[in-house]
Ligand binder design. Structure first.
Ligand SMILES: Cc1cc2nc3c(=O)[nH]c(=O)nc-3n(C[C@H](O)[C@H](O)[C@H](O)COP(=O)(O)OP(=O)(O)OC[C@H]3O[C@@H](n4cnc5c(N)ncnc54)[C@H](O)[C@@H]3O)c2cc1C
Length: 435
């Protein structure tokens, strides 16, 4: 079944995440609204949650209003939304293939479809890299998508209730959670989970302090992207919260009961989360002859173009050169945000017969939120060099990254309304989700 049928320039964006959703929104407002192009977003899910918020989804602390419905967003911003998972590409025919969509009960909801494009943008993000370690895929939970984060949250509440009931039966089996990877995702999740255990105690599910959270990391330090001073300050904060840090330990195997490291140590854990590195999804590797790197990312030039002039790639699925650095642009929301802006300009230029815009990555630094306890990070600036920040200022800067995404997606007025309504909702509703 072919889905597009008119003669306008067809722009297809696959993946409506931190980068893709901002891109289609801009293109819809600039080109779609004036009828200058047909802009289509294809996404495997029908709603969007900004990925850096997934640790809050997992802990059950995120307000549901933070979700964006793609169909409503498309209607408001003059692009089309099509639900489905991209599974193939023909560069010769300039077609994208999307697999059928099924209901939860296995009934076919939407048949497989083909989308013709003139310009294609790949923005499908990344997934966790299990490095083929035995048992990871079977026994660990991941935070790659909202669906997985919701699954984790459900398992957490169930495990919590079960552990609470066991305690009442005088069993001494505490709830144990192990997080593999002490990057921003693992560290933020551990602090958020710690906060949740205290809230659950307030709601009556008291564990008597028995919940055990462990972080396992192969490197000798946590938060390798941050300066040592900040990593040490974060480490102290986590230790103060009672989070067990097992640094310098490579995971060799995971089973139902727990995790084994290269030192032979076995860490018992009822819930296991894998947050140790990313890769682009496996199906992208060598996609119809496009060049990819060892972690499946599409290799792009300084214009964010792949080896095909009609195909761009942005965000985590793109390996973008970073002049003066040994590695490519890091997989961050701020990079996806900047790349969406650059590619939107290049596509508008393309339709006007002009050349593409060069992409330069501006690293504004890294911030890590330890929930209500603290926020730490470093800010990069041309004038001041690298500045280390913490506390309230860091919290404000951390929140502003999400506000920038919201403004790109909703505009200033709607973002202000959403922020206000969220404040009121938070005051009136339970602070965590219990179902
Ligand atoms: C818990 C967590 C915390 C983070 N914190 C930070 C932070 O503080 N700061 C920071 O800068 N970065 C952070 N990151 C990284 C950041 O989230 C990513 O770098 C960013 O989301 C990448 O944007 P993207 O547009 O490339 O992909 P994503 O935002 O992941 O979006 C990809 C989209 O593609 C869709 N998709 C995937 N496969 C298909 C397919 N086959 N067909 C159709 N659609 C598909 C998905 O449904 C999704 O909507 C964090 C990540 C996680 C997991």
């Amino acid at each position: 079944m072919t889905d597009n049928n008119n003669e306008k320039h067809k722009i297809v964006v696959v993946g409506g995440g931190a980068g893709g959703l901002e891109l289609v929104t801009r293109l819809g407002r600039i080109l779609g609204k004036k009828g200058l192009a047909e802009v289509t977003l294809i996404d495997a899910s029908s709603t969007h949650i900004w990925k850096p918020l997934l640790h809050e989804v997992a802990a059950g602390t995120l307000d549901e209003t933070e979700q964006v419905q793609y169909l409503a967003q498309a209607h408001r911003n003059h692009f089309r939304f099509r639900l489905g998972k991209m599974e193939g590409l023909s560069r010769a025919k300039k077609e994208v293939y999307v697999s059928p969509v099924y209901t939860e009960s296995g009934e076919q909801l939407i048949p497989g479809r083909t989308f013709a494009y003139d310009t294609l943008v790949m923005a499908v993000g990344s997934v966790s890299n299990s490095f083929n370690i035995k048992g990871v895929a079977e026994h660990c939970l991941f935070l790659d998508s909202a669906a997985q984060a919701f699954k984790f949250q459900k398992r957490l509440v169930e495990a919590y209730i079960k552990s609470h009931v066991d305690q009442n039966k005088h069993s001494d089996k505490p709830l144990s959670i192990a997080i593999v990877g002490a990057g921003a995702t693992g560290v933020e999740l551990s602090a958020e989970l710690h906060e949740v255990t205290h809230l659950l105690a307030v709601y009556g599910l008291d564990q008597g302090g028995a919940v055990k959270i462990t972080i396992i990391e192969a490197a000798a330090q946590l938060l390798p992207a941050l300066p040592l001073k900040l990593a040490r300050a974060t480490q102290q904060q986590l230790v103060k919260l009672g989070i067990d840090l097992k640094l310098d330990r490579r995971v060799t195997e995971v089973n139902r009961q727990g995790i084994t490291t290269h030192t032979g140590e076995f860490i018992e854990a009822g819930l296991k989360v894998w947050a140790a590195g990313i890769k682009a999804p496996d199906w992208i590797r060598g996609l119809d002859g496009l060049e990819t790197n060892r972690i499946n990312q599409l290799v792009v030039d300084e214009y964010l173009k792949t080896t095909d002039d009609n195909i761009f790639a942005i965000g985590d699925c793109a390996a973008c050169p970073w002049p003066g650095h040994e590695h490519t642009v890091p997989p961050r929301a701020q990079a996806a945000h900047q790349q969406a802006t650059t590619v939107s300009k290049s596509i508008v230029n393309r339709l006007a017969g002009k050349g593409p815009v060069k992409y330069v990555y501006y690293d504004y630094g890294s911030l890590v939120s330890l929930g209500k306890y603290s926020t730490v990070g470093n800010l990069m600036g041309n004038l001041m060099g690298t500045v280390t920040i913490g506390g309230f200022i860091a919290r404000v800067v951390y929140l502003s990254l999400y506000k920038m995404h919201q403004i790109a997606v909703h505009g200033y007025f709607r973002t202000a309304m959403l922020t206000l309504s969220n404040l009121f909702r938070r005051g009136a509703h339970a602070k965590i989700k219990m179902h």
